[in-house]
Design a protein around this ligand. Structure first.
Ligand code: FE2
Length: 377
């Protein structure tokens, strides 16, 4: 793509040049100026689309998988959500993956381990559990749980529980792009829970207290489960004293209680409350986000596309796409859970955010660079 701007590639094809490009190709090379403008766009060019998967459509499909395939056949019996303009990529947006996993009472997955990080948001059911490196945690609706990179993990629903459905989120596609993924199956198929049940939330689940035990040296949160009830209590308490951000309402990050940072090095997660009738201002950010409607009904406008949502719907916001949220209820709050690759953006110095101003389009509100500019080093 040629651009008639000083500093950009603007080279017309001639028979002589085309013959030269062919000789470069034969030598395993190419002329940078033929592709430079595409390689370095002026701003992020996402090939993902705004998309919403409504639960009323997806739920029967997930339940159908329970009759069709056994978990031990599938390894992971998941209905995965794919972005309509990313067919074949397995991506729901950017390089994020998400899917819906259903499990009947008494069923369990085999234990495994991968270099990708994973998280889960429980959507319905009772008696679900996850075991992470021998730490077992019980899971109920709207609980958020992490299974960090490199941990042995498996999931199931106890025999006296109810059919459960949860959302899985992984960074495995990003890790595959970096050609850095590994996968292993646990030698015992199902790992033993070797610590007291729910020891992780009991020890690290706050409020603002961490135990004086052996130093935690792992790069992810020692708190594996973030329960819904205290999370919602915190949102309500914060809303009493804080109007929230103009773009996201009362938004809070799930954090590693030891560092205050994201729950895992590559994936972060947020919970946000929109007040009754609230309509936020539009902004855009680098990084991809996947939302799950924890409570309420409303809509989100993403690059001009309105997506109406209600409880348990999943929708995505592509990188650098302007988005604003609306809570349609005049009396009830709405709560959105989301996960994002923002920790990657921040760690690599790539995080940027712009607010939409009514006059003059976008204005930079925040640029975060993790490294000082070159001349200061
Ligand atoms: Fe996994």
């Amino acid at each position: 793509m040629r651009e008639d701007i000083i500093g950009r590639a603007n080279v017309a094809d001639t028979p002589e040049r085309e013959a030269y490009y062919r000789r470069l190709g034969e030598a395993g090379a190419y002329a940078l100026w033929t592709v430079a403008n595409d390689l370095e766009p002026w701003f992020p060019q996402s090939i993902s689309s705004p998309m919403i998967w409504r639960y009323e459509r997806m739920r029967p499909l997930v339940l159908e998988s329970l009759d069709l395939v056994k978990p031990e056949e599938a390894g992971r019996r998941v209905v995965a959500l794919e972005n309509p303009t990313r067919k074949g990529s397995s991506a729901c947006v950017g390089w994020l993956y998400t899917g819906l996993q259903g499990m009947r009472p008494g069923e369990a997955t085999s234990a495994h381990n991968h270099a990708a990080a994973a998280l889960r948001f429980i959507m319905e059911g009772a008696g679900a559990y996850t075991v992470v490196d021998g730490h077992k945690v019980d899971l109920n609706a709207r609980d958020f749980v992490i299974t960090p990179a490199g941990t042995w993990h498996d999931h199931g629903v106890v025999a006296e529980g109810q059919t459960s459905i949860w959302q899985d989120g992984l960074d495995m596609l990003l890790i595959n792009q970096l050609e850095a993924n590994f996968y292993a199956v646990h030698p015992n198929v199902v790992q033993q829970s070797i610590y007291p049940n729910n020891d992780s939330p009991a020890l690290f689940g706050g409020p603002n207290l961490v135990p004086e035990i052996e130093p935690w040296t792992k790069p992810y949160s020692p708190l594996l489960k973030y329960e819904w009830n205290p999370t919602y209590d915190r949102l309500q308490a914060a809303a009493e004293v804080w109007e929230g951000t103009p773009f996201d309402g009362v938004m809070m990050q799930y954090t590693n209680p030891l560092t205050g940072g994201p729950v895992m090095p590559t994936l972060g997660a947020y919970i946000q409350m929109l007040r009754p009738g609230q309509h936020t201002r539009a902004h855009r950010q680098t990084g991809s986000s996947v939302y799950n409607v924890a409570k309420g009904a409303g809509y989100t406008v993403v690059d001009g596309v309105r997506m109406d949502w209600k409880e348990r719907d999943i929708f995505v916001v592509p990188p650098w796409a302007a988005h604003e949220h609306v809570n349609l209820s005049p009396s009830e709050d709405a709560v959105l859970f989301s996960f994002t690759d923002r920790p990657v953006m921040t760690a690599l110095g790539l995080y940027r955010e712009e607010a939409y101003a009514e006059e003059g389009g976008f204005q930079t509100v925040r640029e975060i660079y993790s490294e000082p500019p070159l001349e200061d080093q």
